[in-house]
Ligand binder design. Sequence first.
Ligand code: PMP
Length: 362
Amino acid sequence: MRTHPFLGAGPSQLPDPVLTRIQSSIEEYESSGRSILEIGHREPLFQNMFDEAESGLLQLLKRDPGDHRVLFFPGGGRYQFHLIPLNYLRAGTSATYILTDYWSRQAAQVAGYFGQIKTKSFHPHDQDPGGPEIGLEGQLDGQSYVHITSNGTVSGFQFKDFPECSTIPLIADMSSDLLTRLLPESSPNVMYAGTQKNLGSTGLSVVIAQRDQLLLAQKTVPPIWNYATLCDAHLPLATPPIFNIYITLEMIRWTIAEGGVEEMERRSIVKSSLIYDEINSNPDLFINSIPVHYRSRQNVVWRMRDPAEEQRFILKAKEQGITGIKGHISGGGLRVSLYNGVSITDASVIARFMARYAQDRS
Ligand code: PMP
């Protein structure tokens, strides 16, 4: 089992008990005499797995299973960059994309292939730490939806509150913070996420929404991509990535057993504080320019005062067995990702390393 933390931005490390269960299911799945890799999607074994993954996820998100659905798709978060506008961007309307970092820009760029979009850049300052004052008032007429990236995996910027959009659906890319934070009762209206950060492994995405919201999908969308058709189908329309769905189910089971989203949020606060405390205590060495209220609890992103020293820091960390901390290719710097599979102990390993590094240098 794992001896050193992997703190990459996705795929994330998986908890040891999850890996153990997966290993055993590769040997034999649920006393079926077959491996999980040999189970078909028309079998009750799969139907049970699928139903449990859906109900477990809704339980964790505190969404009513009576009127909410979870859709599973092959392909990650970027896949939904396409399906959201395909399903919801109506002719004669536009959609507003709130731009905060790399992934929100990518989502907006893709939506532009499907119709008219408006963008709104959001740059908060330390002086206004309240809810997101994005200034959407009076600008939502003729809009199909508002899109937000709840956590900027690249920039380390996270919305702690969601913007108010009146009657316009708020759609959130929660690829890097789904299941790490408690949510308001009925917002965002549509959530989606690639599963490789807090929900399992690569190659799968989930869409979660109220049934009525899913049924608003445009009728012209072919069935296999159509949220409304899939909402009522109750089973995938093509052979799904069964193994990936199974891994997600094991992550859901583990999250429930560990105490649910409340506990994941508590751990996220503890883990991220350990790293931010080191950054704050060593201002001569480390810089993080994100206003405190918006600092991500999933991706702590920072620079060294002397950027030339970043490579040395990464190499020294590697000598200690700490990997995955290089910033995104678009911006460089350093990034520690603290997804649910990363424990408080893992986070304290890198925090102690940062403290020692600072001490040795002074
Ligand atoms: N949205 C966010 C917030 C992400 O962090 C990522 C990937 N890191 C994506 C979308 C793209 O997802 P994928 O790589 O699964 O297509």
